[in-house]
Design a protein around this ligand. Sequence first.
Ligand code: PGA
Length: 230
Amino acid sequence: MLVVANWKMNPLSVEEAKQLFSTISQKEEVVICPPCPFLYLGKNFVLGGQNCSNKKEGSLTGEVSAFMLNSIGCKYVIVGHSERRVIMKETDDIINIKALMAIDAKLTPIICVGEINKSNKGEEIERQLKIALNGINKDVVVAYEPIFAIGTGNPCSIDVANERRELIKNILKEKGLEKSLVLYGGSVNSENVSFYTKQAGFDGVLVGKASLDANEFNKIIENALCSRKS
Ligand code: PGA
């Protein structure tokens, strides 16, 4: 079970980041992905980057290498988040290179896939995932994050999420990566988390907005870990 916090470009001050770190339950199943300037504050947590460059090093102003993330103790890095696909125009091929770069740097990539359109029957995530996994022969983490559910308060229905989880598991199996964890992300909160971790059988969740509220996030952690035991 993995509960991943994606703080995105929040909070705005070091004081707030310290406060968050000091109130979030620290557990081996909890991964915090804060903005890069705050990574050093979370030394006691399992940490992840929110993105990495598709190049190892060099003249790339503003970019962060997966190797740098590893050298400061990160274990994971998110690649292919829909905000990067849509706003930063990252293509499937770039995301594949980033995932390979992460593995090269001894990080586990958290590869996000998700359809833009609710009526899409899974072809889009199939394409995204197959390309992202090109050349990968180590287990990864895949997060199913339908774009219509991200930050909207409208999570994906359990049935659709379950179908997509099965599709993702099958693709991972074809590639010999069946031990990879599959997470759900998109408007997760303390009340709906166990629908995904228990009913729909996901191996954990990727949490955006609700991870910025330590009380709410701690309840998410508790409910997710509890659904694994029951
Ligand atoms: P949300 O974001 O929980 O705010 O919907 C999830 C994500 O973007 O990873």
